[in-house]
Ligand binder design. Structure first.
Ligand code: SF4
Length: 256
């Protein structure tokens, strides 16, 4: 094992021991997780989690969502940004899933068994078919593969992009390049952990002006402009982080 691989796995182990909660958009079955992740694009997780219970009451499966009008879907998600565009994407995604379900024929039992869901709630469980769904890019598909199907994948959002470059795991400018580099450098059994822990680390500690003074992996980080001096209100900041994460987890549990 190379020294970089050892550093990466050690850092991931440490971060995973701190950030234990599931990802904020892990809210239920594969259909529900897909809807949550699609809604979360450029939107605060808290806002998405708050609207999910009413959304899933109205549209409990792809079939109901496909039959709704864009206006009806928009009404349920109008508290978040880009809601009209997201409503259109959700409807088209659901129509495509219903079409896909209709075409599965003999595979139906196998897919249902793998996903542990009833037929009406199953969605494609591989990268190729997921990215073919309207409104679903590689990042969304990767999150789904990990959270819903237990498959190794690395979703790169702005947090993962920033943190992995600062840590020195990659030296990349785009999420696509970062994903490719991470897939090669991170041992396969750790792929599922990367997004979950780095999103939380990036949200609370490795923020734009990083809180290196509170960072549990600072000894292994290559960032040249570390912010190591704790501010006077450090205790309050750390308490606030715990409070915010507890609120997020409580909202996630209520959304299930
Ligand atoms: S030491 Fe600072 S820059 Fe490096 S990962 Fe930690 S918070 Fe981010």
């Amino acid at each position: 094992m190379s020294s970089t691989t050892i550093t990466i796995t050690t850092s991931l182990k440490i971060l995973a021991s701190i950030w234990k909660n599931p990802g904020a958009m892990e809210v239920g079955n594969p259909y529900q997780n897909l809807v949550a992740v699609m809604l979360s694009a450029r939107t605060r997780d808290e806002q998405v989690l708050k609207l999910l219970p009413a959304f899933f009451k109205a549209f409990p499966n792809p079939e109901k969502l496909a039959r709704a009008t864009v206006a009806e879907i928009s009404k349920k998600i109008c508290s978040i940004g880009m809601f009209r565009q997201k409503a259109g994407n959700l409807k088209r995604m659901a129509e495509e899933v219903v079409r896909w379900q209709g075409e599965r024929g003999g595979e139906v039992n196998e897919v249902e068994k793998r996903q542990g869901e009833r037929g009406g709630e199953v969605i494609p469980d591989n990268m190729e078919e997921l990215v073919a769904l309207p409104g679903v890019g590689r990042k969304t598909a990767s999150v789904l593969l990990v959270t819903s199907f237990g498959k190794p994948a690395i979703a790169v959002d702005t947090h993962v992009q920033r943190v992995t470059n600062r840590l020195g795991w990659v030296k990349t400018k785009t999420p696509e390049k970062t994903e490719g580099a991470l897939l090669k450098k991170v041992p396969r059994q750790w792929h599922k952990t990367v997004n979950r822990v780095l999103v939380k680390h990036g949200r609370y500690i490795c923020i734009s002006k990083p809180r290196c003074w509170a960072c549990p992996v600072r000894e292994m980080c290559k960032y040249s402009r570390k912010n190591l001096v704790a501010p006077k209100n450090a205790t309050k900041i750390l308490e606030d982080i715990k409070r915010r994460e507890a609120i997020l987890e409580s909202l996630r549990q209520k959304a299930i």
